[in-house]
Design a protein around this ligand. Structure first.
Ligand code: ATP
Ligand code: MG
Length: 174
C-alpha cells in the first residue's frame, strides 16, 4: 500500500516572506552548489525518519502536549561545513528554542520514538555541495517563531518536497 510509511520530522518552517529574503540574498552570493528552494527552508527540531502512518495519530497527540514559548530567532552566522553544507545559524540560540527541542525530545522518547543521538544543532540549510567560499560577513535575519510543525518529506523529481501535516502554536508571553 502506498504511503504506509512516511519520512517525518518536526521543524520550524521558515515564513514565506523571510524565506524569499534569505534566498534572494543567498542567490546574490552566486555560490556553486545545490540551493534549497524557499518553500523548503526550515529548522529541524527532531528527525523521526521513516515511520508507519499508523503512528501519526500518536505523534499528533504527543505534539499537542508540548508547551513552548514563542521567541525571536536571530540568524546571524553563515557556516560552510567541509562536507559542503552551507547554513545560517543563530550565534546565540534562544533558550526557548532549546527548551522546545528538549520538551519535544522528551515527549517523543516517552512515546516510544527513537531519536538522533547527535546533539541538536540550530541551523537552516541554504545549500548542499557548496563549493564556493562564502563571505565572512552575514546579514542578520530576524524570524519571529510562533509555531512548530510536523512535516513529511517525499522525494520528488526536483528533490525533496515537504508536506506540512499539522502545526502547533507556541505561547506568546507579553
Ligand atoms: P535531501 O535528503 O533530498 O537532500 P532533505 O535533507 O531536505 O533533502 P530529508 O532527508 O527528508 O530531506 O530530511 C528532512 C530534514 O531532516 C532535513 O532538515 C534534514 O537535514 C533532517 N535530517 C535528515 N536526516 C537526519 C538525521 N539522520 N538526523 C537528523 N536530521 C536529519
Ligand atoms: Mg537529507
Amino acid at each position: 500500500m502506498k504511503n504506509d510509511t512516511l519520512r517525518l520530522f518536526f521543524a520550524l518552517p521558515c515564513p514565506p516572506q523571510l524565506a524569499e529574503q534569505i534566498v534572494s540574498w543567498h542567490d546574490s552570493l552566486q555560490l556553486k552548489g545545490r540551493p534549497v528552494i524557499p518553500a523548503n527552508l526550515h529548522m529541524t527540531l527532531a528527525f523521526l525518519g521513516q515511520q508507519p502512518s499508523s503512528r501519526l495519530a500518536d505523534l499528533r497527540t504527543l505534539a499537542a502536549t508540548v508547551q513552548g514559548a514563542a521567541f525571536e530567532l536571530r540568524l546571524d552566522r553563515l557556516v560552510r561545513r567541509r562536507n559542503g553544507l552551507l547554513y545560517l545559524a543563530p550565534s546565540q540560540p534562544p533558550a526557548a528554542l532549546l527548551e522546545l527541542v528538549e520538551r519535544l525530545g522528551e515527549a517523543l522518547l516517552a512515546g516510544g520514538f527513537r531519536l538522533e543521538e547527535r546533539s541538536f544543532l540550530a541551523h537552516l540549510t541554504l545549500m548542499r555541495s557548496c563549493s564556493g567560499q562564502p563571505p565572512p560577513d552575514c546579514p542578520t535575519f530576524d524570524w519571529p517563531v510562533s509555531h512548530f510543525a510536523l512535516l513529511a518529506s517525499e522525494t520528488g523529481p526536483q528533490g525533496s518536497v515537504y508536506h506540512q501535516l499539522q502545526q502547533w502554536p507556541l505561547l506568546r508571553i507579553d
